[in-house]
Design a protein around this ligand. Sequence first.
Ligand code: SME
Length: 160
Amino acid sequence: MFEASTIDTADKVEFHRQLAQQAEGLFDGETDMIANAANLSALIYQMMPDLNWAGLYLLKGEQLVLGPFQGKPACVRIPVGRGVCGTAVERKASILVEDVHAFPGHIACDAASRSELVVPIFRHGEVIGVIDLDSPRPSRFDMDDQAGIERLAEIFAASF
Ligand code: SME
């Protein structure tokens, strides 16, 4: 049975290296996309401090549809080009929002959210969804987090 080990380091690059290693262990021998998405959201939510939401939205046509997540119930459908998630899909690029109140069109699923990181998931060169992280702390995420979550998105996309 897989057991997540606490990552005890103040070095963010090292933290994300270990988080990626744990994700690889978690997906080892499992190719079910939903199972791996569910475990990915649980791993991130358990390991990264100061999150109030961590999960996936999966692209179905022109809409993102809520996938496995941890946190409060969230909006189910986000059209491409709307909110932080839909904008990340449109741009095919990660979006790091230091203050959600300053992002025009931000969709508030949990009023406690103050900063957000959205990373597209690419598979065979196409965006298939996003990983979305919310924090109640302003400026919670930095470029090391962005690079770390982009790596997790790659590991996830290669798992099924
Ligand atoms: N804030 C997101 C919506 C999803 S929730 O944060 C879970 C957005 O603006 O796309």
